[in-house]
Design a protein around this ligand. Structure first.
Ligand code: ZN
Length: 430
């Protein structure tokens, strides 16, 4: 795939995927178009050699794989992992707030949100809604308001003279977004607004009653190329939809000769401990059903590449990186090393990545955190420990991780894609 085509599709992918449910729906659509077959966890699976399949759990996590043309016990599985969720503000169960005639919604902070950038943005709202339909069945559907329906205005500097030196954000009191102005006797329920939106989006839907939802606010500004020479992409959710997109393209574009797999989990940003998170049994269950008694042998020949963005060195804050380990945007994906196992990389998995990159003449960088700073983590160590699979942690370098708008280089994503595609069709990985 050409560089420009890759990035244009990336931007479409990001814009179509404001929540983990939308991201999985977008991936499902691409997999369907590429001839992969849907598997239902409730049913029996009859997997055939040389085919592509996928399973979805909770609508927000997905495992897609190619069975390959060789026995999985002899071939092993080339695995890539990423996460579908991003830090954001989620709507509370009883969210309505009415103050001075403003209708606002109470929000819960999901994950490690960088809060300041959420002020003064055109916010939209999307997620999953669960309802009773006309025939009394409980069903789920996705909703996306698309337009800017909410806003969190900053407090003016005149009302807070220390705003530039000393402003902190109280997530309970400072964040409820403003949706509209209402009369004093207003009794609008948020579920009424949701019903109206669903009827607009899906006129055919038979909606008796909304019983629940999981909705997050997001920046209505679409992803875009940025910079005098388009060196960068700016978007919400680059962490980690960029890696989901790269892994998906690599799997779809790979030859299908070798067993290969992509897992994209929800709930990474809150520790991965859920039925569909990386600490849960989803991937393990898929591997059991695929490999059966050969699982242990297959795993011993397999490798997992856990792709999650890295921190590029910021020219205004250069002291936050070790002097020899400051990844530069557009100089290649970043192999993440932490011997304390916050990253699962070992010298063997890193070597394979470097070797494939060298063969393709593609660049890479290596990161280790400053010795006087704490280190982030990924689904890499969790998956490595759960499955017992040799793992590499890698990621495209970016700025502003967990901001409402993040920034990455336009050349690193396509590099990682090329290496992962080569990895997925490599005859031997371990
Ligand atoms: Zn991440």
């Amino acid at each position: 795939m050409e560089h420009a085509e890759f990035n244009n599709h990336l931007i479409e992918f990001l814009n179509a995927s404001p929540t983990p449910w939308h991201a999985v729906a977008t991936m499902k659509q691409r997999l369907d178009e590429a001839g992969f077959k849907a598997l239902d966890e409730k049913e029996d699976w009859n997997l055939e050699a040389g085919e592509g399949y996928y399973a979805i759990r909770n609508g927000s996590s997905i495992v897609a794989f190619r069975t390959g043309r060789r026995d999985v016990a002899e071939a092993g599985i080339r695995m890539v992992g990423a996460h579908t969720d991003s830090p954001c503000l989620k709507v509370k169960p009883n969210p309505e707030l009415r103050r001075k005639g403003f209708f606002q919604l109470g929000v819960e902070v999901y994950g490690g949100v960088l809060l300041n950038p959420w002020f003064d943005r055109d916010l939209s709202l999307a997620g999953r809604v669960t309802y009773v339909d006309g025939s009394g069945r409980v069903s789920d559907t996705l909703v996306d308001f698309r337009k800017a329906v909410a806003y969190i205005p900053s407090l003016a500097i005149h009302l807070d003279r220390e705003a530039n030196s000393n402003r902190t954000v109280n997530p309970q009191t400072d964040l409820p977004p403003v949706l509209m102005q209402v009369p004093e006797d207003d009794t609008t329920a948020f579920s009424d607004l949701l019903s109206e939106q669903l009827s607009r989006e899906q006129p055919g839907i038979e909606l008796r009653k909304i019983l629940g939802y999981e909705l997050g606010f997001y920046d209505a500004q679409p992803a875009s190329f940025v910079g005098l020479r388009d060196d960068f992409i700016a978007s919400a959710r680059l962490d980690n939809l960029l890696s989901c997109y790269i892994g998906l393209q690599a799997l779809i574009d790979s030859s299908g000769d070798e067993p290969a797999l992509l897992v994209c989990n929800d709930h990474e940003e809150v520790g991965s401990m859920s039925a569909e998170g990386a600490q849960g049994p989803f991937l393990s269950s898929v591997l059991d059903r695929w490999c059966g008694k050969s699982r242990a042998r297959a795993i011993a020949r397999s490798m997992m590449i856990s792709a999650d963005n890295a921190h590029g060195i910021h020219p205004n804050y250069m002291d936050r990186h070790d002097e020899n380990h400051g990844p530069i945007l557009n100089q290649g994906p970043v192999i993440k090393v932490n011997h304390n196992q916050r990253y699962a990389t070992n010298s063997r998995s890193a070597a394979l990545y470097r070797h494939i990159s060298d063969e393709l003449d593609l660049p890479y960088q290596t990161f280790v955190v400053r010795s006087d700073m704490g280190c982030g983590s990924t689904i890499g160590p969790l998956t490595a420990a759960n499955l017992g699979v040799t793992t590499l942690d890698i990621g495209v370098p970016q700025f502003g991780m967990h901001s409402i708008r993040e920034m990455a280089g336009t050349r690193d994503g396509v590099t990682l894609f090329r290496v992962l595609r080569a990895f997925m069709q490599r005859e031997e990985v371990l």
